[in-house]
Write a protein that binds this ligand. Sequence first.
Ligand code: ZN
Length: 408
Amino acid sequence: MKYVVVLPDGVSDVPLKELGGKTPLEAAKHPNMDWIAREGITGWARTIPPGFAPGSDVGCMSVFGYDPRRYHTGRAPLEAAAQGIVLTDSQVAFRCNTLTVEHGVMIDHSADHIKTEDSAQLMKTVSERLGGNGVQFHAGVSYRHLAIVSSDECRVTSEELAKIECTPPHDILGKPIDGYLPKGPGSDVLRRVMQESVAILEAHPVNRRRAAGGQHAATMLWFWGQGTATALPAFQQVYGKRGACISAVDIVRGIGRLAGLEILQVPGITGYFDTNYTGKAAYALKALDDGFDFVLVHVESTDEAGHMGDAKKKVQAIEDVDRLVAGALLEGLTRRGEPFGIMVVPDHPTDTTRRTHIPEPVPFAVYATNGAKDAVAAYTESAVKGSSLRFEEGHQLMSRFLGWGQTP
Ligand SMILES: [Zn+2]
């Protein structure tokens, strides 16, 4: 038996005016996800435990089958793990965005999805000018960087540093940043670095060129999503499956890496609308041929469309994931002939009107060869309302999924 999870990030949503009162899943054509729902079982999973912020770090941890209440220390340690950064007990990892603030207002959490080459140059300068004194910068993909902060230098404990109140920048788009700068013991060091980054970035040639070309300049560093070192028990030990994972996004790769999954390197994957969807499906199928029992394929574009507030793009991303990932996987799995299980589940809903994640339960659909079937015939929020199956602890879905083919 082989198992595949398709994780379209933030795919579930609320009814949208632009779509005539439908959600993007209801407006999009996704015959392959519908097939999984029609021929299998559907239900709801609470991937964000009560009291947790609805981040992909928390939601994905649940989808991977790990209880965030037990294992989640923050988002940035997962991204650090993806980059092979090992934190000491006195270090705290922060997410550090290169983003756009204009006249004190958060304009764009991604600086127009700044190219990795551009942000690498900015981060090099930032690192030279602001690095040291307890802060180490690590440039990442596009606008997503890390800052490893030493609690000793901030004259607080790492637990206190981990508790500083920071705000995800995509949650305050269009709002003045004043009330949202880091607060609490030790936060003065972070605020100083953020403030000093403004003049350094403003004068940078990369930003001058971007502004001249009509693109958002990366005007500021922004710290958030911090946490102390984290560890997960191995997936193979917990679930008895040799697994692999495909994602362009560091948090997802980080969770995979901490869980001991093989991180498959697929060329051309971007975490955006131009990603190599076809390659993701092809590499997942190849991994099954190579002896892996389980592959998780994460796709980010659905969530990005939500953050852009662009309902049409979200519909398009859903249709692309359905055809090029879910469809290609179903075709390949059927062609292989071996019994299989496939599940579609997002990590959290993304509300496209508010351009942010929400903590409500997510719909899932599972098909397994010789598995059970319910009466739900489509993978949409309204159709899955017809299912009474609910996982209040979303992390428990994984063990059910991996046993589904055997459950009559
Ligand atoms: Zn997400």
